[in-house]
Design a protein around this ligand. Sequence first.
Ligand code: C2E
Ligand code: CA
Ligand code: CA
Length: 587
Amino acid sequence: MVALAGVVVGYAIAWAVPRCLLTNSKRQRAERARLEALANATFEGLVLVRNTLVAEANMRFLDMVGLSREDLINTPLCKLGLDDKSASTLRTMQSGEQKTCQLRMRSGDDITVQVQAREMDYEGEPSLILAFRDVSSEERTRARIMHMAHHDALTGLPNRARFRESLEHELERAWVTHDEVALMFFDLDRFKEVNDVHGHAAGDALLVAVAERILDSLPEGAIASRLSGDEFAVILPRVDSRLEATTIAERVVDNVAKPATIGAVHLNVSASGGVTMFPLDGEDPDRLMNQADQALYRAKHQGRNCVAEFDPQMGRQMQEKRMLESDLAMAIEDELLDLHFQPQAHLGSGDIVGFEALVRWHDDERGFVPPSQFIQLAEETGQILRLGQWVIERACREAVNWTDGQRVSINVSPAQFKQGNLVLSVERALRSAGLDPSRLEIEITEGVLIDDEARALTILRRLKDLGVGLAIDDFGTGFASLNYLRSFPFDKIKIDRSFISGIQNQPEARIIVHSTIDLAHQLGMGVVVEGVEDMDELIALGDLNEVNVQGYLLARPLTRGAIKDFLASPPDLRAEILAGASAVRRA
Ligand code: C2E
Ligand code: CA
Ligand code: CA
């Protein structure tokens, strides 16, 4: 571009050779005409300036400024449709201090021109040749690219990068003006379901509608952005109080929750919001964003479709939880989890009839993390689907190695029933491991049945059709256990550990356990008594027939390697524990 402008200025110099030198002869007149034609043929506007007045200009320049040659000659250049700033820039160039610049000119439309200057002698006087190039379309393209880099193509809202800049800018301003600034994050509840059920086009249309609703709910001066997916952020640059900010956030959430019609589909969406305040909660943009995110997370936790304020108390806890969450994701991804297997023995014979697969996570920094700390988290974040899938596959692969046909039991979470395709996962795992379906047992808690009974029942029936066993876990700890026994096709009841712990001192617990076992047997179901820790408990259980036991008395959950040894251990040792206990009881 600069090279081209150089050539142009070169032509211009030739063209501006003083007329007196050229008008002498026919040949010289022809030469001048040729140079004029050349000057007019360039895309650049060329102007010769002398004593700050226009002395000569080519056709292109006349077009640019929309003037005739007569009107232009002897006009001060800086009067030609220039704003004050451009005029002053041009004056600097005329003084020879600056060789190139970019200006805005008004000639019908506003145009952006790039100007190059070169000094020369004209008829013995110092003059200036200026070449003007219209770069408006390049400018527009550049502006479009800039816009695209800073805005979200779908909703037209500023994107995360732009949002960050605005936040920094507003905070810097607020430092000076002593304003309070609110930062709010919003996130649609269950947006993934909309995408999954109605398709991405509907999801996109919904996001556009949500963006509009957010904008409609905000006061003037608020800055709304789309951070990613279904995540939106709003800055309120001047806000009187936390209460005002929260009220505005609640208005956003209320408006988003109004039913939306996308094409022929009626959608009921809702959003959750988190609010944090500068400078009360924090002063640094990163910190504030993190806090707004934490508040949002809390709103989700409080049942969604609501707004939560950042609470400094929750910071640490939440941070730990987030770290645990990301470490768990990595552990699942890198297969750093392990399965241990806790044996179940038939009371009386002492035969090992099965193992319950229990997931184990040994984190490099945290050490052993018990499932009670991460299963719930995995359910909240949806990670349970991948985790569960891994458990199913791994358990089936392990069980084929057990030579006496013992069963393997796996725990399945409510989320695996609600999302994902549990039946297909189970079917595939069985097939790929080559495990007989009758050797797999699925343990579920009442939580699975509560939310969507009909769906759960369908899935349970299909699992049963595969030939897989079904056990109800933690029996006795829920509310409606008896009712579920009637309506669901369970094969087995696992009596919760809480009834066994200290049973020797609790005659009522003993009665409940015995009645439950009777009930199960009458309904044709098997029984596992969980959490038998010591001989006293086993003895206190009394005389039990056709019952399996599981607990530390028999063995703690074992690594895969330890199973072999355990199964090879003298059977009479186990039988002694179990059958011996019966003998003691009978005596
Ligand atoms: P759960 O299904 O009730 O599993 C039995 C729990 O009791 C296991 O704890 C086991 O180690 C423990 N236990 C067994 N015998 C005794 C005993 O004699 N005394 C005592 N005090 N405890 C005993 P764990 O492995 O910590 O698992 C806790 C819970 O985490 C499980 O309870 C289950 O709900 C869940 N969980 C474990 N693995 C998985 C999994 O792969 N998937 C899912 N969805 N949940 C799992
Ligand atoms: Ca269990
Ligand atoms: Ca249990």
